[in-house]
Design a protein around this ligand. Structure first.
Ligand SMILES: Nc1ncnc2c1ncn2[C@@H]1O[C@H](COP(=O)(O)OP(=O)(O)OP(=O)(O)O)[C@@H](O)[C@H]1O
Ligand SMILES: [Mg+2]
Length: 88
């Protein structure tokens, strides 16, 4: 289960994610919809710590991966993403 609590992410003055909270249960399929630039990829990048969130928490099976010292490799074994541009 992934639990996102009050997540925020800014790039300088640009506040991309603001107080985002959601819970994704095991086996659940979730689609994130939003206009271009609304922060969908940024949210996914935060979930496997390709971006360091500015605030909030991301709990992966109960462990906060943002605010604790975990081996990110262990998270990434189960948190995969397909990059939007193949050449990245
Ligand atoms: N590393 C970065 N540095 C500065 N700004 C960034 C960075 N990554 C994303 N942004 C900005 O954050 C905002 C959200 O970008 P993001 O890529 O998350 O949007 P998106 O919803 O995935 O858009 P799209 O539908 O086009 O894929 C945009 O304004 C983008 O320019
Ligand atoms: Mg995107």
């Amino acid at each position: 289960m992934i639990e996102i609590k009050h997540l925020s992410k800014s790039f300088g003055n640009l506040e991309v994610l603001k107080d985002v909270s959601l819970t994704i249960k095991k086996g659940e399929v979730v689609t994130i919809i939003g206009s271009s630039g609304s922060g969908k990829s940024t949210l996914l990048r935060c979930i496997n710590l390709l971006e360091q969130p500015t605030g909030g928490a991301i709990l992966f099976e109960g462990k906060d991966i943002v605010n604790s010292k975990i081996k990110i490799e262990d998270i990434r074994k189960n948190a995969c993403m397909v990059f939007q541009h193949f050449n990245l």
